[in-house]
Structure formats: C-alpha cells, structure tokens
Design a protein around this ligand. Structure first.
Ligand SMILES: Cc1cc2nc3c(=O)[nH]c(=O)nc-3n(C[C@H](O)[C@H](O)[C@H](O)COP(=O)(O)OP(=O)(O)OC[C@H]3O[C@@H](n4cnc5c(N)ncnc54)[C@H](O)[C@@H]3O)c2cc1C
Length: 383
C-alpha cells in the first residue's frame, strides 16, 4: 500500500508552501486586524494558479483533484486561516459546484474566468431561519416564462462581499407548481442584488462574510445547476467535498500550532531550564503530535478515496468532525504551552485559537456530522 503523494502533488504542495512563507505569512496579522485580504494578495494567488487547482485543465485549471487541493490548503492554512477560507469558498464550494453540476455552456462561461481569478466565487445555502435545517429555506425562484425571478435573503456567505458569481439555493416554482429546491449560478452585478458585510466575527476575521438579498433578481434559465428539484442533493454533494478541504485547513493550522509550541517550549526557561524539559509540557506536545498524525491519516485516506470515485459521505463527515475537534485540542494546548503570552495578541497563537473555533460550526455543525455518521453506521451495521 503506497501512502505517498504523487510527484505533481508534492510539487504543488512545495509551491504553495513557498508562496505561503513569502506572500501570506507576513500579512496574516494585518489580514486579521483589517478584516480583509488585500486585493494584491488575491491577484498573486490567481497569478500562481492557486485559485484554480481543482478546475479541470480544459477550463484553464490545474486539474489536481481533491488530493492536490487538500495538499495546497494544508500549506496555505499554516500561514493564514482566513486566506484558506477564502480559497475554500471560491474553489471547493463555488467553482466546484459548476465543475460537478454545470452544463457544458455554464462551465465554458464561468470556469476559465474563475481559474484566472478574474471572477471570485461563493456558495450560499444558509438563511436566518434555515441553518442546519436547509429544508426550511424561504428564498424562492419563480419562472416568468423566460427567466427565474429570485427573491429572498441569505446570511453567512463567505466571500459574499467579494464574489462576482454565487451559487445560490432556492425553492422553485413554475406555472404555480412547486418544483422543490434548485441551485443557480447568479452574477452579483445583476439588478436587484444587495450585499451587507458582516463585521465582528470571533475569528477568521480576514475571510469576508456577508448577508445577501435578492429583489426580483433575474436569473437566465440556463444558469441552473443540475435539474429542478436537485438543489438539496447538489448542496449536500458539494458539502461532502468541502468537508475534506476543511479537514486540510485544520491540519495545516494544527501543524503550525505544534511547530510554534515546540519552538517556544525549547526557548522559554523557568526554574532554570527550558519548559520543554518538564514532562507536563512533553505530554502536551505528544498529544498534539498524536492528534495531527490521526488528522493527516483520516484526511488523505478519504481524499484519495474521493479522487478514485468512491462514495465518501460518512468518511467526509468523520474527517470534518475529527479534524475540527482535534484542532481545538491542539490550539488549546498551544495556548497553555505559551502561558500568558499565548493569551496575548502579540503572538500568533492567540489568533490561531480564535480562528480554529469556526471549524466545528460551518459546513454543517459537528452535531449534524454525528447524525450523518450514525445514520450511515446504523445502515451499514457497523464500520
Ligand atoms: C463564519 C461563517 C461562515 C459561513 N460561511 C457560509 C457559506 O459560505 N455559505 C453558507 O451557505 N453558509 C455559511 N455559513 C453558515 C453555517 O454553515 C451555519 O452557521 C451552520 O450550518 C449552522 O447553522 P446555524 O448557524 O443556523 O445554527 P443552527 O442550525 O441554528 O444550530 C444551532 C445549534 O443547534 C444544533 N442543532 C441543530 N439541529 C440539530 C439536530 N437535528 N440535532 C442536534 N443538534 C442540532 C447545532 O448543531 C448547533 O449547535 C457560515 C457560518 C459562519 C459562522
């Protein structure tokens, strides 16, 4: 059994690491404080091809698949969790929806420009009254004989204030008949689109989040993804893959926290010796290492299975659940190892502790992941 990454993915990962060290890491503090990713950094991400890694080569993308995407996210998130969240919404949620469910025309229309970064993508399922329970959504698209006319309000849209195209979910109605849910690609330049940036998040502050609303917004009929009635199926399929990217981002953040904690414990002295010589500190480092080892194993095993075309719904939920909780344990220990300095915004660890927490909430809360895992385990009668 070969557990090594293919050579081209190792090259992509090395490139992402160099880019992170040179371009992202030095800006991460500013990104957190100013609550935005500089436009120049987004342009550089696009110029190096990092905004296109999962888009197929025929549309100008890297075509690296999920393994490549995860390897890239593992590196980017070591420098800045906000930047990896930006890439996740653009690639794994927004662009991926078009790759998997767009018609030939829709792919030709959007994917080449999403690959070059000329367009930025987002994904919008959540509403104020419909979070874990997506079926409670109220946003509605009614067919007027020519276009779909969209009305409603969505919240918590990552990249919502930056995006040129958003994959939006809505209930569908045609000739007075309820068609179920649908997924549409909308262009934010259209008339009737409004956006309000959400300020004051606990962490991933540089990842812009917005509420968006639609007032008699026209969607050309060819901009539907899949078929009428398939909206929730599409949403869940995309979230399955998204959960792998989330796992990769948490893995990168955990590795960074361990690296910083190891270094600090070897430099900081108390009672006349480096704190790394106390067994209490060593045990924390050991537990952090063990969590990272398990995160890496579950993540890459599942990403490889996904690229082989296997059904990974339960596995992706396991990745999301385990990795997000393991990251919380890792950053919590990292703060502890840093003592008072771990609680100060002077050091990166404080930001990492705040940034980690969202992973148990978005892309389906961990309670919902437990429901998915248990349902499948009961169906299969075990593992
Ligand atoms: C920073 C950020 C970025 C986001 N980005 C996006 C995005 O780009 N696109 C998008 O569409 N959404 C996005 N979201 C929304 C996110 O996916 C939702 O917040 C999440 O799914 C939870 O929904 P909710 O907030 O309405 O919580 P609720 O569904 O109200 O849940 C509240 C609590 O009840 C629990 N709960 C609910 N139902 C059950 C149940 N059946 N069994 C047990 N417990 C249950 C939950 O687990 C949670 O603990 C983002 C959210 C945040 C905070």
């Amino acid at each position: 059994m070969d557990f090594s990454l293919p050579e081209e993915i190792v090259m992509l990962r090395d490139m992402a690491k160099k880019f992170t060290d040179k371009e992202i890491r030095p800006l991460a503090d500013k990104i957190d404080k100013e609550e935005k990713i500089p436009k120049e950094l987004i342009k550089k991400l696009a110029d190096t091809g990092l905004m296109s890694v999962i888009i197929p080569p025929e549309y100008g993308g890297g075509g690296f698949g999920e393994l490549g995407y995860c390897a890239m996210q593992e590196e980017i998130s070591q420098g800045c969790a906000s930047t990896s969240t930006f890439l996740g919404a653009h690639l794994s949620l927004g662009s991926q929806s078009i790759v998997l469910f767009g018609s030939g025309e829709t792919k030709k229309k959007y994917l080449p420009r999403l690959s070059t970064g000329e367009l930025i993508a987002a994904y919008s399922l959540t509403e104020a009254g419909s979070g874990s329970d997506a079926s409670a959504m109220k946003t509605k698209a009614i067919f007027d004989g020519e276009d779909w006319i969209l009305n409603g309000t969505k919240i918590w849209v990552t990249n919502g204030s930056l995006a040129d195209v958003i994959v939006v979910y809505a209930l569908m109605e045609k000739d007075g008949e309820d068609l179920g849910s649908g997924a549409f690609v909308i262009e934010t330049a259209g008339k009737g689109f409004n956006v309000d940036k959400i300020e004051g998040k606990m962490g991933i502050k540089g990842s812009e989040t917005a509420a968006i609303s639609f007032a008699d917004f026209h969607i050309p009929k060819e901009n539907i993804l899949g078929e009428p009635g398939q909206g929730f199926k599409i949403a869940l399929t995309i979230l399955d893959v998204g959960r792998l990217g989330l796992g990769a981002s948490t893995l990168g953040q955990a590795k960074e926290a361990l690296r910083l904690s190891t270094k600090y414990s070897q430099q900081r002295e108390q009672f006349g010796q480096p704190i790394a010589e106390f067994q209490a500190i060593q045990w924390m480092l050991a537990d952090m290492t063990n969590d990272i080892y398990a995160m890496e194993s579950i993540l890459y095993r599942t990403a490889a299975a996904y690229d082989e075309g296997k059904h990974v719904t339960r596995d992706a939920s396991c990745v999301k659940l385990f990795c997000s909780e393991a990251l919380d344990r890792v950053v919590d220990r990292a703060v502890q190892i840093h003592g008072g300095m771990g609680y100060s915004s002077e050091l990166k660890i404080e930001r990492m502790y705040r940034d980690a927490r969202i992973n148990r909430i978005f892309e389906g809360t961990n309670e919902i992941q437990r429901l998915v895992i248990a349902r499948e385990t009961l169906r299969q009668g075990g593992f």
